[in-house]
Design a protein around this ligand. Structure first.
Ligand code: ADP
Ligand code: MG
Length: 389
């Protein structure tokens, strides 16, 4: 991080001939549990990790936002009163969207200069998009000094992504990037946005994220199809149980009683979501009591269900899960995110981490010819101030 802080200060002073007033971070995240439960009003268990987007900023008086990304090496400027979609520097839409929806929410913003520099890998499943949204949102909050709860800023980030950038995502990414806590995972009820921290001491076990390097090609259409299959399942259950609004309201017993009346594919999707919600609830308990072995078994069961019942795996994810589970010191391997490529997440006993990294790199390449990217992660705070100048 020190290098990136220095880089931000240098970029900022070169572009704006002054020092930033404050530098904040918005972290990336990984979901430890909760596969496709978010849009079913269910439960998730993500963690904010030690890669982040850093953002330094200062106020200006002309009602303009100037934002520089050190990753894209581009400076973009726009007027607070006329925020338009940027077809050229599309990355700036994440910032534009946050600014737009802060103002929609009634926040009076002043102009600002911002310099960003992130090390969240882009597009590989650690949610660099939520990281940039929460870094910029939190920076603007610090600079302008307005009060806003963490969940509210997370919702603004989600609106920016859904309605300004145009990507249909749930609330989890922004929520954990804003509200994550050091040495803890976050249990989130995606319906009520009630949340709770679950201790996760990463001195004993590390979270290792393994990027398969397989980009998530089909994810858009397949994702939409799964969503509508879940909606169909919820509609069918609502005939038998009027209180059912989403699959979150279907218990294992309800599923068992009615499964034979569901279309075959819908039955599988429902079985996954119902089982997964149950596993996330169990995970909160076992992780809370420090039982990493049982937590690892739940993570494995989550993956197997996502593969067999939800059918969102792919050969690269299977190869990675196989080698990460087999490595010494590994307690689990499951797909992270939506599937169809991207990353897996493992829990690895601290003393085995070096060996794990070597073995996984070699064995995964043997199976797929791909060279994976591996990230050893710790559980970190959500969006926060790194330095005040
Ligand atoms: P991810 O899985 O990493 O969230 P997305 O496609 O949702 O992938 O978001 C990635 C996009 O977020 C990038 O293409 C870019 O537009 C924006 N972004 C992320 N990090 C940065 C950064 N440091 N500077 C500028 N834009 C960024
Ligand atoms: Mg994203």
């Amino acid at each position: 991080m020190p290098d990136r802080i220095a880089r931000i200060k240098a970029d900022y002073s070169e572009l704006f001939s002054s020092s930033p007033e404050v530098i904040v971070k918005g972290p990336g995240r990984v979901d430890l549990m909760g596969s496709h439960t978010d849009y079913n009003d269910g439960f998730v268990l993500p963690v904010a990790v030690n890669v982040d987007v850093l953002a330094g900023g200062g106020l200006r008086d002309d009602g303009k936002i100037a934002v520089y990304s050190g990753n894209f090496e581009k400076l973009v400027e726009f007027d607070l009163n006329a925020i338009e979609f940027d077809n050229v520097n599309t990355w700036s839409n994440y910032v534009r969207g946050v600014v737009h929806f802060l103002q929609e929410d009634g926040v009076a913003l002043r102009g600002a200069n911002m310099a960003l520099y992130g090390n969240v890998p882009i597009g590989s499943g650690l949610s660099s998009s939520a990281a940039i949204e929460m870094a910029c949102g939190y920076l603007l909050q610090e600079l302008n000094g307005f009060e806003m709860s963490g969940p509210r800023l997370a919702l603004i980030g989600q609106q920016a992504e859904n309605k300004f950038v145009g990507v249909n995502t749930g609330i989890m990414d922004q929520f954990i990037s804003r509200l994550g806590k050091k040495d803890a995972a976050l249990f989130l009820d995606c319906r009520t946005l009630e949340y709770e921290y679950v201790p996760l001491d990463t001195s004993q076990v590390k979270i290792v994220v393994c990027d398969t390097m397989k980009r998530r090609g089909l994810v858009g259409s397949e994702y939409d199809q799964r969503r509508s299959q879940c909606e169909e399942g919820a509609r069918l259950f609502a005939q038998w149980y009027p209180e059912v609004k989403a699959l979150r309201d279907v218990s294992i017993e309800m599923y068992e009683e009615h499964k034979s009346r569901l279309p075959k594919v819908v039955a599988k999707r429902v079985a996954h979501v119902v089982g997964e919600n149950h596993r996330v609830l169990r995970s909160r308990e076992v992780l809370g009591s420090g039982d990493f072995e049982e937590f690892g078994r739940l993570m494995n069961a989550s993956h197997d269900s996502a593969r067999d019942l939800y059918e969102v795996s792919c050969p690269e994810l299977e190869a990675m899960v196989e080698v990460t589970r087999a490595a010494s010191g590994s307690l689990a391997g499951r797909m992270a995110g939506a599937g169809f490529g991207g990353c897996t997440v493992s829990l690895v006993k601290d003393e085995y981490v070096e060996q794990f990294l070597q073995v996984v790199a070699v064995e995964y390449k043997k199976k797929t010819t791909l060279v994976p990217s591996l990230y050893v992660c710790t559980a970190e705070d959500g969006a926060s101030v790194i330095e005040r100048l």
